[in-house]
Ligand binder design. Structure first.
Ligand code: SF4
Length: 352
């Protein structure tokens, strides 16, 4: 997104100008170069996620590139914590010498149960090593939580993971068994040499009075569109998911980027008004977090951005909240000073 800087600098100097930041695919790099906006491209995180990116680009095997998804979780966030760089996508990053894929001694029949990110990666590596790999998935498509993790604002790049694995399943000859729920009997009948259990996790149900009410939904149900969005929402838990959910709910129904472009291009709406509509928070959201700090699992590079967004959208963030009861249209909690507080007129409660 900073290519405009390179382009402007290039107009005033006669030395080669490099452009950087989120130029994470060869196609995008090519576009910048072809448009004459820069003389060369710097790629940082893209090479942590896939050090073979340039070789794959040269071969024209673009779909084989393990794309960086801009999460910052293993790279920038670790650097700021003075820890070694790792990568959410590339398990070998920072451990290359110890994790070299060794030649196969004996080919095995591998059964992977679950096709979320863990199962897909286990299957990919086993198949590259030459094993016979089968993935069993109870749904009719691969991905598990990957199918919704890209829904919160700013997470769009996670979608690439499904595209990558769809390609690798075909490239490495991994056999898919969709809509197959696995039981002990099924494992015995299939008779694999190795089983990977990668069935993912389920959110815990906090022991709060009223937690089983009908107006309570899980974050994943909201992201997948299976739960309604209210005008007045309370989120239990201000961890990473709770904060992302707060932004999603507050912004739900705001002007889309496409509508903004259309309305401002044709001057159907003043740019200032359209901008306000693009960034406004439409729904009331209150986040109740038990701990004294929000977003405890969020890294430094993303935490301030997300909390800033919450602030701009008018999301109320309350820490030290000890929830006592959830009612039909209220939530009752003890605040950090142990005083009883009530949030009234709520439509829905969401739990992260
Ligand atoms: S940790 Fe995330 S942002 Fe960093 S290189 Fe890996 S995929 Fe990219």
């Amino acid at each position: 997104c900073y290519t405009y800087l390179a382009e402007n600098i290039k107009k005033h100097v006669s030395i080669p100008i490099f452009s950087s930041n989120r130029i994470n695919t060869p196609e995008l790099a090519e576009q910048v170069l072809m448009a004459g906006k820069a003389d060369a491209i710097c790629i940082g995180r893209g090479l942590i996620a896939d050090p073979y990116l340039p070789m794959k680009a040269r071969k024209g095997d673009l779909r084989d590139i393990m794309n960086c998804i801009a999460c910052n979780q293993g790279c920038f966030d670790n650097v700021f914590r003075m820890m070694p760089v790792t990568c959410l996508r590339n398990a070998r990053a920072g451990n290359e010498a110890r994790t070299e894929l060794k030649p196969l001694k004996e080919k095995k029949k591998v059964m992977v149960i679950g096709s979320g990110p863990g199962g897909l990666e286990a299957a990919r590596v086993a198949a590259i090593r030459g094993h016979e790999v089968h993935i069993f998935e109870k749904e009719d498509k691969i991905g598990g939580l990957l199918n919704i993790i890209w829904v919160p604002p700013g997470r769009n790049e996670f979608k690439r993971m499904i595209e990558n694995y769809t390609y690798w399943i075909q490239k490495h000859g991994i056999r898919m068994h969709l809509q197959q729920e696995v039981s002990i009997e099924k494992v015995k009948e299939f008779n694999p040499d190795v089983v990977f259990i990668a069935t993912g996790s389920k959110p815990t149900r906090p022991p709060i009075k009223g937690i089983d009410r009908k107006n309570i939904y899980w974050a994943n149900d909201v992201f997948s569109g299976d739960a309604p969005v209210g005008k007045n929402n309370v989120i239990i838990g201000g961890g990473a998911t709770g904060i992302e959910l707060a932004i999603f709910l507050a912004k739900y129904g705001t002007l889309s980027r496409e509508s903004f472009d259309f309305l401002t291009f044709y001057k159907a709406l003043e740019t200032d008004i359209a901008l306000e509509m693009l960034h406004e928070g439409r729904n009331q959201v209150t986040v109740l977090e038990m701990l004294p700090k929000l977003g405890s699992a969020l890294g430094k590079t993303t935490k301030w951005v997300l909390l800033d967004k919450c602030d701009a959208l008018g999301v109320k963030l309350i820490t030290g909240a000890n929830i006592q009861e959830i009612g039909d249209d209220y939530v009752n909690y003890l605040d950090a000073a142990d005083k009883e507080q009530v949030i009234n007129n709520i439509d829905y409660v969401q739990s992260d």
